[in-house]
Design a binder for this molecule. Structure first.
Ligand code: 2AM
Length: 506
């Protein structure tokens, strides 16, 4: 039986993420009241963790949980994203949760659902949506946390969120990774910051995942190009990635890539695991949501979408195998310098990565206007430096870029990133050209370069395109010698082809 109102925080849903977040909070001295729909799971969890610093209070129903939590209550929900979040929130309110209480959905909810819920429950509780990144290990020892909800309620959650988040070094921005069960990290800057109203936290978490898709795809393409052009074994590639991890590309994803590539296959000790893993990627949807949102807002996040499509194409394994018998590519043999190619792929990866992040940050900029949020992009970059899957040295650079200029229109325009691309673009282009020549699919590298070249072009072929639209659909065009907003239509079907001025909004 739960004690009376002694718990600092409540948590509902004891699957792995829920258990790990509860243990993380308890490690930091918070007393956590826990509930799970299936009581046996809760009892087993309590029995398995008798001695946490903060203590766990097992609750058999939601009324017990509500009674156990100190006011204003902070109740974390970690149930399956979707209708279960609505059900549990309503049940919590029925069980006695009050207007000042914070109900914090830490699942992978769509930000639009969080906007709806915050509004729907606004006179019953203070509904928060918090992105949590870093997988199971992150939840246990320090995730990156992206909370969104009412600004005046944030102060109640902040101490807990700051305590359990991953920590980075204040000077270098490097993750401090020494947490052990019962022994949390001391010091450092927490990877947690208030993101904005209602769905802003879940939105930013979604963009994080979209960036993660393209980051992973770029790394996979770098591997694939080197593998196919140099005909090297995974172990040698592992050493290359490990070396890259010492420099500008230093990141969690490069680090695990180096580790994966040297892994031998458990069933074939002479071979490498990566060669036995079927080349079909699955997805849970956050990359797709990011791309759909980019399309909805009209923001060119083409590389993020390309990364989603690359997974879709990979999933057509049977079709690709059949097509490979019929559609013949070029004969190509790379005869150049091996080191030069390795360095060029490194630079191509770095330049493409800059473009990928530029797209993700441009998306968040647009979302500010779309959803009436005020997003601090430097702060968002800073909380991705540790805890999450895309954590990287690179994010220290992005943090610095937005700190230098909070109104920065595009990351590509920041002096540091501008200089990097300037310096490395010849090699980036040579890698893309090589991929095309050799017939090796490198959609992420190519789309990133297309984004860069499109963005830096004052002139694009949309003049012809718009004329086509006017030709077949009378969609009108603006003219370079007239003010913006003044539209014209040419009477293409008539012999005299007269131009008609349609609107003048000025
Ligand atoms: P369970 O152990 O009873 O299945 C992940 O699915 C977590 O969410 C589990 O802890 C699961 O509880 C919980 N969960 C899923 N749907 C739920 C619901 N509608 N109400 C309460 N908990 C739910």
């Amino acid at each position: 039986m739960a004690e009376k109102a002694s718990a600092d925080v409540g948590l509902i849903g004891l699957a792995v993420m829920g258990q790990n977040l509860a243990l993380n909070m308890a490690d930091h001295g918070f007393k956590v009241a826990v509930f799970n729909r299936t009581t046996r799971v809760m009892k087993e969890f309590i029995a398995a963790n008798p001695d946490t610093p903060g203590g766990l209070v097992g609750c058999e129903n939601l009324s017990e949980l509500v009674a156990a939590a100190k006011k204003p209550r902070k109740i974390v929900i970690l149930v399956k994203a979707g209708p279960a979040v609505d059900t549990v929130t309503k049940q919590l309110i029925e069980a006695g949760a009050e207007k000042d209480d914070l109900i914090v959905d830490c699942g992978n909810s769509q930000w639009t659902d969080t906007i709806r819920r915050e509004k729907e429950f606004s006179d019953r509780c203070r509904f928060f949506g918090s992105g949590v990144s870093g997988g199971e290990t992150g939840a246990r020892f320090g995730p990156s946390l992206m909370p969104g909800g009412a600004a005046d309620a944030w102060k109640h959650l902040e101490p807990i969120w700051n305590a359990i988040a991953a920590k980075v070094d204040a000077e270098t921005g490097k993750p401090i990774e020494t947490a052990k069960p019962g022994r949390p990290v001391k010091g450092g800057v927490p990877c947690s910051a208030y993101i904005g109203e209602n769905g802003a936290g879940h939105y930013v978490k979604m963009v994080h995942n979209g960036i993660e898709y393209i980051d992973m795809q770029l790394i996979s393409e770098a591997y694939f190009l080197l593998r196919n052009l140099l005909h090297v074994e995974p172990e040698e590639l592992s050493q290359i990635f490990a070396r890259w991890n010492e420099g500008d590309l230093d990141s969690y994803l490069i680090e695990i890539t180096a580790d994966i590539l040297k892994q031998r296959d458990p069933d074939h000790p002479d071979a490498f695991l990566v060669d036995y893993v079927l080349d079909t990627a699955q997805q849970k949807g956050t990359g797709k949501w990011t791309s759909i949102n980019a399309l909805d807002m009209g923001i060119p996040a083409n590389s993020i979408a390309e990364a989603v499509f690359a997974r879709c194409l990979s999933a057509l394994k049977v079709e690709r195998e059949a097509a490979s018998q019929h559609l013949i590519g070029p004969e190509y043999q790379y005869n150049g310098d091996r080191n030069e190619l390795v360095n060029a792929v490194h630079d191509a990866l770095y330049c493409s990565k800059i473009c990928a992040y530029a797209q993700g940050f441009q998306l968040m900029r647009a979302a500010e206007t779309e959803y009436k949020w005020k997003l601090d992009l430097a702060s968002i970059a800073s909380i991705w430096r540790g805890g999450c899957i895309i954590r990287a040295r690179f994010l220290q650079r992005i943090t610095a870029a937005y700190a230098r200029d909070p109104q920065l229109v595009n990351l590509l325009l920041d002096p540091y990133f501008k200089e990097q691309i300037q310096r490395n673009q010849t090699r980036w282009r040579s890698v893309v050209a090589l991929a095309a020549q050799a017939g090796i699919a490198a959609p992420a590298f190519m789309s990133a370069l297309a984004y860069h070249d499109g963005y830096r072009s004052a002139q694009l072929p949309a003049n012809l395109l718009q004329a086509q639209r006017d030709y077949f659909g009378a969609h009108t065009y603006e003219r370079i010698d007239q003010p913006r907003g003044v539209s014209f239509h040419l009477d293409w079907s008539k012999p005299d082809r007269r131009q008609i001025k349609i609107t003048d909004s000025h």
